[in-house]
Design a protein around this ligand. Structure first.
Ligand code: XMP
Length: 321
């Protein structure tokens, strides 16, 4: 089925919400649905939309894959509690780590994460709760990049010819599939999400695994998590579209305590972009860049080198994977 984009300038926000609420409600009927909230703009907007449509017939889960940012699961569950939405935390850390063990190839890594989400965790949750549907926040850009063969976004299933009902035992509903990020933010705002959520920079579904080159291990996640915290603290007021830290696989020689330290490299990226289709590196002041280097080498164990990416998308992509 051809998906038709609805651009922000053509979007009737209230009308779109009304239509989607009716569609979700009639599709699920008297049944039950589940959704996984990550706290990103897309999944947060779907959570609000689906709660409006289904009330108690929707169960919202936060899947703690162990790949999220510091304190993210508890923080997001708390924000939604304040909005009257109960979020159940699911500890799936070991599942994801096991699936990622020994995997270095980017597409295989994405495949392992997709499989863990859909075939294992969602399938079990749907079975346990008796839900026939999973709601998710797939957007137009996700579909476009996957279909164009740039990279398989973790949430693309049916567009790749996979029938989720046969494969996993549930149907998928994707109310945001015609929209790109700016339109989804407008919807989120209208649905009463706090600004912290509807204006959040994008964060990928495979989470910090999309920012680790080479094998994802507990220790390497911790390194990129600490670097991410510094980057987000230092760059949150720049107005940039997205900013991130990437852990490289290669080590480089450094010096620590007057001795050779064959250490880790972190690459910082900060993007100016409208919709993630194209992007340019933000022209950050030199003081900001050197402040980042000081903090990352000082606060993240093992890191001896920090670089700033100056490539555009294309040919780069926003994430490392
Ligand atoms: P790329 O790296 O393809 O990213 O230039 C474009 C936008 O999409 C986000 N991204 C993802 N989001 N699942 C997602 O939900 C994914 O697998 C994924 N990969 C990238 C990325 O953060 C950027 O905003």
């Amino acid at each position: 089925m051809e998906i038709e984009e609805v651009r922000l300038e053509n979007l009737d926000v209230e009308g779109f919400i009304r239509e989607q609420v009716e569609d979700i409600s009639s599709t699920v009927g008297n049944g039950l649905a589940i959704n996984a909230l990550s706290g990103g703009v897309d999944s947060s907007t779907v959570t609000m939309l689906a709660h409006k449509a289904l009330g108690d017939r929707l169960k919202t889960y936060f899947i703690d894959s162990g790949l999220m940012r510091e304190d993210e699961p508890e923080h997001i569950a708390g924000l939604f509690r304040d909005l009257g939405v109960h979020v159940e935390l699911i500890d799936a850390k070991d599942r994801f780590l096991d699936a990622l063990k020994g995997v270095s190839d980017p597409e295989e890594k994405r495949g392992a994460i997709t499989h863990s989400f859909y075939a294992i965790v969602f399938a079990e949750l749907a079975k346990k709760s008796g839900a026939g549907y999973v709601l998710q926040g797939t957007n137009f850009t996700d579909v476009e990049e996957t279909v164009a063969g740039i990279k398989r976004q973790h949430n693309i299933i049916e567009q790749l010819g996979i029938d989720p009902e046969t494969e996993y035992g549930y149907k998928i509903i994707e109310p945001l599939i015609q929209l790109r990020k700016p339109a989804i933010r407008a919807l989120g705002k209208q649905l009463a999400l706090p600004q912290e959520l509807y204006s959040r920079p994008p964060f990928p579904g495979p989470a910090l695994a999309a920012r680790i080159i080479g094998e994802v291990t507990g220790e390497r996640i911790e390194t990129v998590r600490k670097a991410t915290k510094v980057v987000e603290e230092e760059l949150c007021d720049t107005g940039a579209f997205q900013y991130l830290a990437i852990l490289h696989q290669d080590r480089v020689t450094g010096i620590r305590n007057e001795k050779r330290d064959y250490g880790l490299q972190i690459e910082v990226r900060c993007w100016d972009s409208e919709d993630a289709i194209t992007g340019s590196p933000t022209n950050l002041p030199y003081e900001t860049l050197s402040g980042l280097a000081e903090r990352i080498t000082g606060e993240v164990p093992g890191v001896v080198s920090v670089t700033y990416s100056i490539s555009k998308k294309p040919p780069s992509t926003i994430e490392a994977l």
